[in-house]
Design a protein around this ligand. Structure first.
Ligand SMILES: [Zn+2]
Length: 323
């Protein structure tokens, strides 16, 4: 199994290396990104093999500070390879419509991507955009890897970031630092969510919708106390929600069924699995409802999942005070 995994990994790595060569980019196997230059613009492709679609990331500015993105959006609209573009504090993120592994297998799309990179950077040049440091806006930048975070920075900002990391031990992961507080928040949020599950089920509403409220309460309360979402926090919240929802759903069924079979909810809850297999519970309906509840929790959590795994929000937010 391990060998198989390793083989598939090197297989992917080899493919990505080929892709990088075709695009005149460099591929880093360890940290999983492609980076390079096009027409004086630094760019990198983050998460080339991740579950989510990859993004081309650049850092740009206009000298007269009149960025309104209309020109870029007009260009992107005609481009089938690009799904959307997000611009925030110099950082331009172009989300691809296809996974890189699909692009590799088709010569046509590979050429398309190559053309796109060329045409797009030429458009930027023609419209007065410039490559710049994503932190301070200075020109002359390099692609930098700091604590697994990927940045386009000027030498100054890179040095300051290095000092921060070395001397104070500030790592960008430290933004997950309030994990413990966040979990307390998440538990409170999950308790509120549980309340909704019971109310919805006992009140005869479609209980699965309570899954949306469950994810909303849990994740919002986590973020409220933790300040930043992190992968660790998100995964813990998801596990927490699944465990709590499973038990609360079981409790709600126990309340209903205990009444029907003239026993107590506690006894029914404790012996639930046994009673289910003995035919006291409509297994198909029970599992279907549980599954839809979990699906709704997942739907409710998906914006945060995207944010954490895709936009790396919080984790790699980079802000060095200008002197
Ligand atoms: Zn800078």
């Amino acid at each position: 199994m391990n060998d198989q995994l390793r083989n598939s990994f090197t297989f992917k790595a080899r493919k990505l290396e080929k892709l990088a060569n075709a695009l005149n980019l460099f591929y880093d196997n360890e940290f999983n990104f492609l980076c390079g230059f096009r027409n004086d613009f630094n760019l990198y492709i983050d998460n080339p093999t991740g579950l989510l679609k990859p993004a081309i990331i650049m850092s740009i500015k206009k000298n007269d500070n009149t960025i309104n993105l209309d020109d870029i959006n007009d260009f992107i609209k005609k481009e089938r390879l690009i799904k959307k573009c997000i611009y925030k504090n110099h950082s331009l993120r172009l989300i691809l419509n296809k996974r890189l592994m699909c692009i590799i297998t088709m010569d046509k799309t590979l050429k398309q991507l190559d053309h796109f990179l060329n045409n797009f950077t030429i458009l930027l040049q023609e419209n007065g955009y410039q490559d710049c440091c994503q932190n301070c806006g200075a020109e002359k930048t390099s692609f930098r890897l700091i604590n697994e975070g990927k940045f386009i920075l000027c030498d100054n900002c890179y040095d300051v970031a290095g000092l921060l990391v070395d001397n104070n031990g500030i790592s960008f992961d430290k933004k997950d630092g309030n994990f413990n507080l966040g979990i307390i928040g998440a538990i409170c949020g999950a308790a509120v969510g549980s309340f909704f599950i019971i109310i919805f089920d006992q009140g005869g509403f479609m209980m699965s919708f309570a899954g949306l409220l469950m994810s909303f309460c849990t994740l919002k309360s986590y973020k409220l106390l933790a300040t930043y979402n992190s992968k660790k926090g998100l995964i813990t919240c998801l596990i927490l929600m699944v465990l709590v929802s499973y038990h609360i759903h079981r409790l709600s069924w126990s309340i209903t069924l205990a009444d029907y079979y003239s026993t107590t909810a506690f006894i029914f809850f404790v012996n639930f699995i046994r009673l289910m297999f003995e035919g006291y519970v409509n297994i198909a309906y029970y599992l279907l409802e549980l599954a839809t509840l979990l699906i709704f929790i997942f739907i409710g959590s998906s914006p945060t999942i995207r944010d954490v795994f895709y936009n790396n929000s919080g984790r790699y937010t980079f802000n060095i005070k200008k002197e």
